[in-house]
Design a protein around this ligand. Sequence first.
Ligand SMILES: C[S@@+](CC[C@H](N)C(=O)[O-])C[C@H]1O[C@@H](n2cnc3c(N)ncnc32)[C@H](O)[C@@H]1O
Length: 207
Amino acid sequence: MNQMPRTTISEWKKIADFGTYHHSTHRGSDKIREKVHILFTEVFGDLPFARDDKLKILDVGCGLGFLSCVCAEYYPKAKITGIDTFEHASLKGSSLTKAKNNAVILEFSERIWFQKEDVFSSDYSKGKFNLFVSNLVFHNFGRKRFDAYQRLARWMTPKSYIVLADVFFDYKTDSRRLASHFSNVEERPSSTIGGAYKVLVMSEPKK
Ligand SMILES: C[S@@+](CC[C@H](N)C(=O)[O-])C[C@H]1O[C@@H](n2cnc3c(N)ncnc32)[C@H](O)[C@@H]1O
């Protein structure tokens, strides 16, 4: 069934709780999410997918499901899987139950599935997902993030895309590593968030 939400993004924070990011307040986190929502919506508009494509999307480190809901809102026929360990200090008080509850409240629960899963032990066949998204996750992995980039590249086909938003404390190193896994790495304008936050679009995984 095609499920359309009755709420808009400005109402989300009144009825759903997407949590408090590390080094932020709850209000500050909501403000970040408003900007992230705009940035991802702009990027989605430039991807070579139609809004009503039946995309399969993986949200890596979904937390309480904020970005999964942004995807569900933008692509009304997409099916989204959100994976998270739900144990990391980068999102206080997070849980699988709370994430599922947010999807129910925002009326996306028929198209979003949350799973307790670690990105380092997950394995997906090529073609299972058309689009991979992630927000504020990979920098938490330290040097292990390079393994995580490689894992994503392995799960992609030549037609799939990654939209990866994160804080890049050493972007020179990350961009070199990313370029070794993807033929296309595009940095999108994201100065509204500030600091080392960047939104990258990757495609064409190298073999
Ligand atoms: C700052 S939160 C961001 C949550 C969400 N993406 C958002 O934008 O609201 C980072 C998330 O990454 C998750 N995470 C950390 N290590 C992970 C791993 N190995 N596999 C999957 N998720 C992980 C944490 O549990 C946390 O929910």
